[in-house]
Design a protein around this ligand. Structure first.
Ligand code: 13P
Length: 257
C-alpha cells in the first residue's frame, strides 16, 4: 500500500523474444496453465512472437493468463511490408503490447519518437502498452543512468494524457542486465524505479504516479524475483530467458504471489 492508498497488483510478463515455433509456443502455455492453476494473485502475461498469437490465445482462453505482442506498427493497415498493426494484434487476442524494448532500440532503429508513435497507436486500438526504458553499460559507467532514463520516459510518454496512463506499464530494463545473468541489485533497481515514479508525478500528477506499475527486467529468475519484488517501487517483472520454460516462469510468479 502506498502513501496515497494504492495497492498495485504485481504484473509478471514473459517476453519470449524470437524463440518458439507455434507448436512449441502451445506446448509452453499448456505447461504454464497447469503450473499456475488459475492463480489470480499476480497478473501473468505471455508475449510470444506474432505468428503464435492466435494459437496461444486459443489455448489461454479462460486461463486468466493474458496475451501480449512484442511490437506494433502505428498505421492500421497499408503498404508497409513486414509490419503488423494494432488492430491485427488485437484481433489475434492480445491485450498487451511491448513497446521500445532495448533490442528494438539497439538493432531496429527505435527512438523515443517512434516509441511515442507506437504508444499512441496502442491506445487507439485498445492495447495496453508495456513501455521499456533503460541505460546501457557505457551510460551507467559514465554516470548517465538517470539522464538516459529520464530522456526515455519523457520522450516516450510525450503528449499523453493522464487517462492514457491508466493502462501503461513501464519496464525498467538496464541493458547491461539483459541476458547477461548480471541482475541489478534490488537496491540499484529500486533507486531507478523510484526515480521513474518521480518523473511521472512531475509529468502528470502524484495519483497517476502512485497507480503506475513499473516492472524490472534483466536476468530475473525464480531465485532473485522475490527480493526484487519486495522493493516498494518494483511492481513486477519483464522476464526473458526464464519465461521460456513453464516451471521457471511459474516459479517466479509463485515466489512473489
Ligand atoms: P532476460 O530475462 O533474458 O535477461 O531478458 C530480459 C528482457 O529483455 C525482457 O524483456
Amino acid at each position: 500500500m502506498t502513501k496515497a492508498g494504492f495497492m498495485r497488483k504485481k504484473i509478471i510478463a514473459g517476453n519470449w523474444k524470437m524463440y518458439k515455433t507455434p507448436a512449441e509456443a502451445v506446448a509452453l502455455v499448456d505447461g504454464l496453465k497447469k503450473a499456475l492453476g488459475g492463480q489470480t494473485a499476480v497478473d501473468a502475461v505471455v508475449c510470444p512472437p506474432f505468428v503464435s498469437l492466435t494459437e496461444v490465445s486459443r489455448v489461454l482462453a479462460g486461463s486468466g493468463i493474458a496475451l501480449g505482442a512484442q511490437n506494433l506498427f502505428w498505421e492500421a493497415e497499408g503498404a508497409f511490408t513486414g509490419e503488423i498493426s494494432g488492430p491485427m494484434i488485437k484481433a489475434a487476442g492480445a491485450e498487451y503490447v511491448i513497446i521500445g524494448h532495448s533490442e528494438r532500440r539497439q538493432f531496429f532503429g527505435e527512438t523515443n519518437a517512434t516509441v511515442n508513435r507506437r504508444l499512441k497507436a496502442a491506445f487507439s486500438y485498445g492495447l495496453k502498452p508495456i513501455v521499456c526504458v533503460g541505460e546501457n553499460l557505457a551510460e551507467r559507467e559514465a554516470g548517465k543512468t538517470f539522464d538516459v532514463v529520464k530522456d526515455h520516459v519523457t520522450g516516450s510518454l510525450a503528449g499523453l494524457g493522464k487517462e492514457d496512463m491508466n493502462t501503461v506499464v513501464i519496464a525498467y530494463e538496464p541493458v547491461w542486465a539483459i541476458g547477461t545473468g548480471k541482475t541489478a541489485t534490488a537496491a540499484q533497481a529500486q533507486e531507478v524505479h523510484k526515480f521513474i515514479r518521480g518523473i511521472v508525478a512531475k509529468l502528470f500528477d502524484q495519483a497517476t504516479a502512485d497507480a503506475l506499475r513499473i516492472q524490472y527486467g534483466g536476468s530475473v529468475k525464480p531465485e532473485n524475483a522475490a527480493e526484487l519484488m519486495s522493493q516498494p517501487d518494483i511492481d513486477g517483472a519483464l522476464v526473458g530467458g526464464a519465461s521460456l520454460k513453464a516451471d521457471s516462469f511459474a516459479a517466479i510468479i509463485k515466489n512473489i504471489a
